[in-house]
Design a protein around this ligand. Structure first.
Ligand SMILES: *Cc1c(COP(=O)(O)O)cnc(C)c1O
Length: 294
């Protein structure tokens, strides 16, 4: 597999008609179509840990459309580890693109009922000493620590505001850890009704890090995880038209829509904005054909 180098794209149009306001975008989406962006960083420390402990098989959880599932499959193949995905719900008649891709990357799938999934019940045969467990979505401290490299690998010191999408909050926790004094990290949750998310993020921070500047802006989830409206699709198409940057409808479409609105409603003049494009473009394969122009 050929991984590409991420880069910072300067001065993108935020499409909110605020004169002079632009943002730079950290293009983690270009790293790889499958192990896109943040998943690559989130998995790094887990894989290192598993190899160090001489584990042979990675076990993780996810839904049928999970970017984490497909990224884990690819990362395991790259590191000669076996992997098993415990998938939420009965085996579907028609497999999602995500599941097909993960299988192609060598992942074995175990489908469990939604009730068992909620309790994260692990089939006993997957509990041997050879198995290494990664939480759903890669949530956890090793995941957040892997993310801190994002702000170190690129010159991000002069940004005052850094925006990211929030699923489990692991990426945001990592960005908070790596942030410098004077930098504000703003997260846009893509799930609805997640009152616990702030605590989930704080659970990955030490007390000093909890005092850093960060906030969550909870109005741009479009009714829930993987839900979308024509308004979101139109925004994504217009955004591509103007900036030539593809977005996905689950995470980064909502993120960029949110930043466009939020920076319009609040005074950002003189601020230096960086938006983390965390990838996830493979998710668009589950949209009806023709919805997106790219
Ligand atoms: C998984 C994912 C996220 C969310 O990351 P968390 O660490 O779970 O908050 C954001 N963007 C994309 C594209 C993702 O695939």
């Amino acid at each position: 597999m050929n991984l590409h180098k991420a880069f910072i794209q300067k001065n993108i149009n935020l499409m909110n008609d605020i004169p002079g306001l632009t943002a730079d975008v950290l293009r983690l989406d270009v790293i790889d179509e499958v192990i896109s962006g943040n998943k690559w960083y989130k998995l790094k420390k887990y894989i290192e840990d598993a190899l160090k402990l001489k584990k042979k098989i990675i076990v993780t959880f996810g839904g049928a459309f999970s970017n984490h599932i497909v990224a884990t499959a690819a990362a395991c193949r790259l590191n000669n580890l076996e992997c098993v995905g415990i998938i939420r719900g009965e085996e579907p008649q028609k497999w999602s693109h995500t599941l097909i891709k993960a299988k192609q990357e060598g992942m074995k799938m175990v489908f469990i009922s939604r009730d068992d999934y909620r309790e994260k019940k692990i089939p006993v045969e997957l509990l041997t000493k050879d198995h290494y467990l990664i939480n759903e979505g890669g949530y956890g401290l090793p995941g957040a620590e892997g993310i801190t490299d994002i702000l170190k690998e690129f010159d991000t010191t002069n940004y005052s505001d850094i925006f990211c999408a929030v699923g489990t909050g692991t990426m945001m926790a990592g960005l908070i850890k790596a942030s410098l004094p004077g930098q504000q990290i703003t997260g846009i949750p893509v799930l609805k009704n997640m009152p616990g998310i702030e605590n989930e993020i704080k659970a990955l921070l030490i007390p000093e890090e909890r005092l850093k500047a960060f906030n969550l802006v909870d109005h741009y989830h479009f009714n829930g995880y993987a839900k979308y409206s024509q308004k979101l699709i139109n925004f994504m198409n217009d955004f591509f038209d103007i900036n030539q940057i593809p977005l996905d409808f689950v995470y980064t479409g909502k993120l960029f829509f949110g930043v466009s609105q939020f920076t319009k409603q609040n005074n950002f003049s003189g601020k230096k904005i960086l938006i983390v494009h965390s990838g996830g473009l493979q998710g668009n394969l589950s949209l009806p054909k023709g919805k997106l122009m790219f």
